[in-house]
Design a protein around this ligand. Structure first.
Ligand SMILES: CC[C@@H]1C(=O)N(C)c2cnc(-c3ccc[nH]3)nc2N1C1CCCC1
Length: 308
């Protein structure tokens, strides 16, 4: 509850993080750099490897917040899943270690932050840009699902961007492993941003929740706001349960309209799989091979006029 949270909420000095952090296993020394922001229990910083000069993104979690076995298990699960992954469009996991006060997770630095900041600045994104981003997201999610991992919290803020404007999926704090492909998860501890109806109704859920979230990401990028947004969480949950959303008159291509509708099917089994989406007609439109960093602030002008 919020009282506990506030009491537990340490001030930044209580985090007492040394300026040089040693990873005892690899004997790597990191210099603590720029504060990047807060992520869950963590304060995040740029970490520079003294030896190589390479810069990483570090999550620092005080052990005082991991006293309850449940919190520690959740962090072990996040680390165990994330360190098993290696993909061009998934945030690279480098290291995990602790000292007497904190636990440290060393991750790939994504200097252009995430699609959240881009969306806030641009509101709507063009179809070619959306095809460019969604192609990378779908490739990475198809890889995850083939490894029997569900992310369960795909949202703009977890879709990070590096200096080459490539997508890197991060934050495996709500991810889980499926025992087999017919396994159904019954619990999810935490509140995904783009939560699927079967999770709200506690009906058991599987890979399909990531397709639902992808539909919400696609909708938000093309139309400028999430499909089920309301003033309160209760009302949003009610619209999700009733599958009540409408695609405003903004002109979006029939292929985009169709993919959104299929990803947002109320019944999980009616949604396409990530493998199927890789070959969806949605991707037949012009898709740039690269994007300039200027798209963080202004819409791109492509040399050839894409049809849609
Ligand atoms: C380290 C946590 C999280 C993250 O998971 N990554 C990969 C990341 C990478 N680069 C960055 C980053 C580089 C330059 C600015 N942010 N940030 C990342 N974050 C942010 C930090 C604050 C909230 C989430």
């Amino acid at each position: 509850n919020s009282q506990l949270k506030n009491k537990m909420d340490l001030t930044k000095d209580e985090f007492n993080i040394p300026n040089v952090i040693l990873d005892p296993r690899t004997r790597t020394q990191y210099i603590k750099g720029k504060f990047l922001g807060k992520g869950g229990f963590a304060r995040c910083y740029e970490l520079t490897d003294v030896q190589t000069g390479q810069v990483f993104a570090g999550k620092v979690v005080p052990k005082s917040l991991l006293v309850k076995p449940h919190q520690r298990e959740k962090m072990q699960q996040e680390v165990s899943i994330h360190q098993s992954l290696r993909h061009k469009h998934i945030v690279q996991f480098y290291s995990y270690f602790e000292d007497e006060n904190n636990v440290y997770i060393v991750l790939e630095l994504c200097r252009r932050r995430s699609l959240m900041e881009l969306h806030r600045r641009r509101k709507t994104v063009t179809e070619p840009e959306t095809r460019y981003f969604v192609k990378q997201i779908v490739d990475a999610c198809a890889y995850l699902h083939e490894k029997r991992i569900i992310h369960r919290d795909l949202k703009l803020g977890n879709l990070f961007l590096n200096d080459q404007m490539e997508i890197k999926i991060g934050d495996f704090g709500l991810a889980t492993r499926m025992e087999n492909d017919n396994d159904r998860k019954r619990t999810l501890c935490g509140t995904p941003n783009y939560i699927a109806p079967e999770v709200i109704n506690k009906k058991g859920h599987g890979y399909e929740v990531d397709i639902w979230s992808l539909g919400c990401v696609l909708f938000t990028l093309l139309l400028g706001k999430p499909p089920f947004e309301t003033a309160t969480l209760k009302d949003t949950y009610s619209k999700i349960r009733k599958n009540e959303y409408k695609i405003p008159e903004n002109h979006i291509s029939p292929e985009s309209y169709s993919l959104i509708q299929r990803c947002l099917k109320h019944e999980p089994c009616e949604r396409p799989t990530m493998r199927q989406i890789v070959n969806d007609p949605f991707f037949s439109g012009f898709t740039p091979a690269t994007l300039p960093t200027s798209v963080c602030t202004v819409a791109p002008r492509f040399a050839i006029m894409p049809t849609s």
